[in-house]
Design a protein. Sequence first.
Lengths: 113, 119
Amino acid sequence: AQSVTQLGSHVSVSEGALVLLRCNYSSSVPPYLFWYVQYPNQGLQLLLKYTSAATLVKGINGFEAEFKKSETSFHLTKPSAHMSDAAEYFCAVTRNQGGKLIFGQGTELSVKP
Amino acid sequence: GAVVSQHPSWVICKSGTSVKIECRSLDFQATTMFWYRQFPKQSLMLMATSNEGSKATYEQGVEKDKFLINHASLTLSTLTVTSAHPEDSSFYICSARDRDRGRMNTEAFFGQGTRLTVV
């Protein structure tokens, strides 16, 4: 079975500070991993995805994530937080192309001025 | 490209009535669509996988007779909440995969969600 665990249901950073959102996965097969962002009362927007190519994945809005097999992690980072980054972030895993997504519990990011 | 539209974006209904939510892929064809449910401050829980032209596959614990899914075309899937009760109040989100991306299809595109309130 596959699963993802997001450490920290809420993260607060100051504007301009580093953003680090943690995600660890469990999978018996090579996983495909995703980070999504959700703004209030909206659907999900894909930030980036790992599909067994480069381990360092760059996404939209300055976000990136690094796949570390030895640590079973796929943490999301952004060098400098912006107020508009405040949202809910979900890490997700699927075992194959076209497979259903399994989501983590989400991390709410707050950005202080 | 790759836009998924849900309608309505919010709906209020009386207890005991049925509500239909539509999920449309606007610029691609989707043989598979997924329906999720999200409670406040919680993650997305997959309810069912909707396959065009065949019966939906429901996740364990989801009542198929209560949550009717129809995927009659390559661009439309509907979720009908039958005999709705207040505990069915939630945020429902659909996603779809682009059929024509084939083996490179690792991304699901999400609708904007539907807020259902049963009173």
